[in-house]
Design a protein around this ligand. Structure first.
Ligand SMILES: Nc1ncnc2c1ncn2[C@@H]1O[C@H](COP(=O)(O)OP(=O)(O)O)[C@@H](O)[C@H]1O
Ligand SMILES: [Mg+2]
Length: 288
């Protein structure tokens, strides 16, 4: 089991990085994307979206669709604007001083920036999981129950906590210690708890910014497995610096470079027959 999990996620040596995605592409489960995905518009769409930190343009005129019940991966070298773009999708950038946005962000076809769309409502419907697991220093139960409770959840909180922990594949490991501190869990368990916490808000979209990069290979394999199952119910946008992970997990991949979206395509196409030379150079490990 351990070696199997390790094989699944072991990074290739740097000089061969990206040369052969065949294996990673083959480990993907076959598309459970729902029928409605083909017929309805994207859940999230950025249209010529630019994001500035002061005068510095970190994301330049990006037009990207995040379709329903699929995993959309965003890849590219460090500093190319992946996190900035992802944070725009639930207006998390609003909390950073000096950020300016131009262009459009659409959520289920509705304009988000510069409209009456309530950012708090947006963040409830578009949840986020960060690179480093960040549970609250509270019990496991309270970590999951807190958000719905302060948002006036009227159902049975205990049931919601159990359901969320089950969906995050953590229930069996924590069901007998729900009142213990979340900080006593392992890194991988903490990250699954953070996913359960996001799920408890009953979002439509999950944004994940390198959710495995602080985890060991076995914990990584579990989270990847979880993401693969979550996409039957949720729309996922996943930032990853791990191209094998993008190839394994995602339906579509977007490649960014210096703030620009170079290319977006079905994952199987992007990693085998990219249209842009810069994508080709990146996936074959010539830079980044
Ligand atoms: N809060 C910030 N203030 C100023 N510049 C920032 C801030 N966050 C990120 N940047 C800059 O914006 C660019 C894109 O960053 P980021 O979105 O974090 O890239 P990535 O996630 O692809 O590594 C980088 O040049 C980074 O230094
Ligand atoms: Mg980042």
């Amino acid at each position: 089991m351990a070696t199997e999990a390790q094989d699944l996620v072991a990074p290739l040596p740097p000089n061969t990085r990206g040369l052969d995605f065949t294996q990673a592409l083959q480990t993907r489960s076959v598309a459970p994307a729902t029928a409605s995905a083909a017929t309805s518009g994207p859940v999230v769409r950025t249209e010529r979206l630019s994001i500035y930190y002061g005068n510095f343009c970190a994301v330049r005129e990006v037009t990207l669709d995040v379709p329903l019940c699929q995993v959309t991966a965003i890849i590219g070298p460090s500093g190319c604007g992946k996190s900035t773009l992802l944070r725009a999708m639930n207006r998390m950038n609003d909390f950073i001083d000096g950020v300016r946005v131009s262009g459009r962000l659409l959520f289920n076809g509705q304009e988000v920036y510069g409209s009456v769309f309530d950012p708090v409502e947006l963040r409830r419907r578009v949840g986020m999981v960060f690179q480093k697991p960040n549970p609250f220093p509270k019990s496991i139960f309270k970590n999951v129950a807190w958000g719905p409770a302060v948002n006036g959840y009227r159902g049975n909180l205990a049931e919601l906590v159990e359901e969320s922990l089950r969906k995050a594949a953590l229930w069996e490991e924590v069901k007998d210690k729900l009142n213990k501190s979340a900080l006593a869990l392992s890194g991988g368990q903490q990250q699954r708890l953070c996913i359960a916490r996001a799920i408890a808000m009953q979002p439509e979209v999950l944004l994940m910014d390198e959710p495995c990069s602080a985890l060991d290979p076995i914990a990584t394999a579990r989270i990847e497995d979880l993401i693969d199952r979550l996409k039957t119910q949720y729309t996922v946008a996943l930032v990853t610096h791990n191209m094998q992970q993008a190839a394994r997990l995602s339906d579509r991949t977007a490649f960014m470079l210096m703030g620009e979206l170079v290319e977006v395509d079905a994952t199987s196409h992007l990693f085998t027959t990219p249209r842009d030379q810069r994508t080709q150079d990146y996936i074959t490990g010539r830079f980044g």
